[in-house]
Design a protein. Sequence first.
Length: 384
Amino acid sequence: MQSALQARSKLPDVGTTIFTVIGQLAAQYDALNLSQGAPNFLPDPKLIDGVANAMRAGHNQYAPMAGTGPLRDALAAKVETLYGARYDPASEVTVLASASEGLYSAISALVHPGDEVIYFEPSFDSYAPIVRLQGATPIAIKLSLDDFRVNWDEVSAAITPKTRMIIVNSPHNPTATVFSHADIERLSALTRDTDIVILSDEVYEHVVFDGAKHQSMACYPELAERSVIVSSFGKSYHVTGWRVGYCFAPAELMVEIRKVHQFMVFSADTPMQHAFADALADPSSYLDLSGFYQRKRDLLVRELRDSRFELLPSEGSFFLLARFRHFSDESDSDFVLRLIRDAQVATIPLSAFYTDGTDSGLIRLSFSKDDDTLIEGARRLRAI
Ligand code: GLN
């Protein structure tokens, strides 16, 4: 169809997200897909039965705007048991139509035109565009290229009277680092006595390796009182396509977030909420996840031991960074294209997670795949 209208773009420099681009190329070249942080295996059949049973029992209409009561109760109980914070299910817990929706609702509700929002690059690709859509300015601080840790002195220097929010993400997508207690102390000191809101993307909260403890903002009362914590059932229950997430925030912040949530999606899927409320009754459904993914990480690392890639440590999340620059001076995007075409393995170039396209010769591999896919993917990567 032809239109005489021209849309005046709000995001003129933004194209289609890298996950869609790489996914299409992977399909075109019939490549194994180690790119997206999405499992290629089935969830627990009990969870699927839970959804089907809820549908048959008639739970097919709008859920309450903030989420079903039993699910909000179960989430509040989980966060109190695991992290110690008490959130009122009535006013401080909201069920979302995905963690992505939560990021959007929180930023849109709390960030005003002219505000500045600090975040760290490389980063998940939605943060900066959402900030820009509010007429606010995203301030990217680069993680160290050696170990991808936050340089808190740089954060301190970047804070201005306009700083409204700092977005943090641990376990971190795409670098697989996790916050230490020292990070928490610096974040607390920098935000103390300010009106800065912390937006904490904790979607990999249950995927932390080698006995480390997830540093939720909900573990620290001083941080929790200025934080919006966003998380996702998709990552924890192998159902990223179901699009159900949740967030915790003090009532003063949540009241504003709900105003956006109610007009964007109104409510999240009803039958899924019933199934997740039942699933949460069994804590092993999320407590076993770190071990499950640690075995997958170890399998991929073992299978890539004899490859030419240098693997960076993966402390949590679904991801592993692999360095290729010592054996190829191709750009990371060209290298990824060659892997898809010649080796039939799809990965993500790390430059896609930088607004300025910083290329450090690294690719991101996702090990949220069945073991056969990981073994075959590694075999193909060893041939490079
Ligand atoms: N969070 C997932 C990843 O980083 C997928 C995100 C998406 O496809 N939008 O791979």
